[in-house]
Design a protein around this ligand. Structure first.
Ligand code: SF4
Ligand code: SF4
Ligand code: SF4
Length: 296
């Protein structure tokens, strides 16, 4: 059987330490797979690998120890299974996501649907640098979105409305940031300390703490690895549709301007990050942009 060089060059095919074998990485947006897809992957891993799979940090699955000569067949089987070969090189790689409002009681946004939409639009696009995108439903940041080239975090900005506060302290109890205190029997918010998790809003039975604003914080230029870096806060938007628009613009900006061979985090200033923010704020409808001051 002829070796398939085209497939071998794909980002989702990784040459192993022993170059006679390849590991095949799968595309699994938000790390969600059906039971049928899992069974299919198991069958493929048994036939073409060693019957073992590896779960990766990017919420996907790899099939190790595949003979490169069988890659074409493996690719066809994976495609048919609805779990095609993934990406790994200077491309947009598997989109990661926490469960969001689909399952998590702390979530402020629907991360999984959004991750799937981002995947549909952008997965596998060749870029000058590797682009990882991660989404978390709240500032607990369970998938570490700020350590991705693009991160999205669902937040709620609380507001203390007028009304009779009982001073019960329930909101103080639920705020892990010590951003609320009860003074003279009345609750007070400290916006400097608040990380906008929204827990206090859920905790007040008297509805005095309200959701002034649910929004998506978008960060750029984070990375893991040997010198981890937290992404910079770019801006906030109100809707998932606006997240898609902003991510498109970030991708276009990186595609046109970034240099290959260096991580995005190392070139943010040279690429004029502040200008990117200005440009996007001009283009995204005013009502949806910069709803809350971001930390620069
Ligand atoms: S980041 Fe927040 S919403 Fe997502 S799983 Fe963690 S606690 Fe839940
Ligand atoms: S949103 Fe979260 S951090 Fe902010 S005051 Fe409420 S509980 Fe505290
Ligand atoms: S704002 Fe609500 S939860 Fe907080 S002290 Fe007042 S009544 Fe209690």
């Amino acid at each position: 059987m002829q070796q398939e060089y085209g497939i071998h060059m794909k980002g989702g095919v990784i040459t192993e330490r022993n170059p006679d074998f390849s590991t095949v990485r799968i595309r699994a947006p938000a790390g969600v797979l059906t039971i049928e897809q899992l069974r299919g992957i198991a069958d493929i891993a048994k036939k073409y690998g060693t019957g073992v799979v590896h779960c990766t940090t990017r919420q996907t699955i790899e099939i190790p120890h595949v003979n490169p000569k069988t890659l074409k067949r493996v690719a066809q089987r994976l495609e048919k299974n609805g779990t095609p070969i993934g990406s790994e090189k200077d491309e947009i790689v598997n989109i990661t996501s926490c469960p969001g409002t689909e399952r998590c009681k702390f979530a402020n946004i629907d991360t999984i649907s959004l991750a799937k939409k981002i995947d549909e639009k952008l997965f596998g696009k060749t870029m000058p640098v590797k682009m990882r995108i991660g989404l978390s439903g709240c500032p607990n940041a369970c998938v570490s979105p700020m350590l991705n080239e693009i991160g999205v975090i669902g937040r709620i900005r609380p507001i203390r409305t007028e009304g009779l506060c009982t001073g019960c302290g329930m909101c103080v109890f639920y705020c892990k940031e010590k951003a609320i205190r009860v003074r003279n029997g009345i609750s007070e918010l400290d916006e400097e300390k608040c990380v906008q998790c929204g827990m206090c809003v859920k905790s007040c039975s008297f509805n005095l703490l309200k959701e002034a604003h649910t929004h998506y914080l978008i960060t750029v230029g984070g990375r893991r690895g040997r010198h981890p870096k937290i992404g910079r806060e770019l801006l906030t938007v109100k809707t998932g549709e606006d997240v898609l628009i902003v991510i498109d613009k970030i991708i276009d900006w990186v595609y046109r301007r970034a240099w290959s061979g260096r991580l995005l985090s190392e070139q943010l200033d040279e690429l004029n990050f502040e200008k990117l923010r200005e440009d996007i704020l001009k283009q995204v409808p005013e009502a949806s942009a910069a709803a809350w001051p971001v930390k620069k």
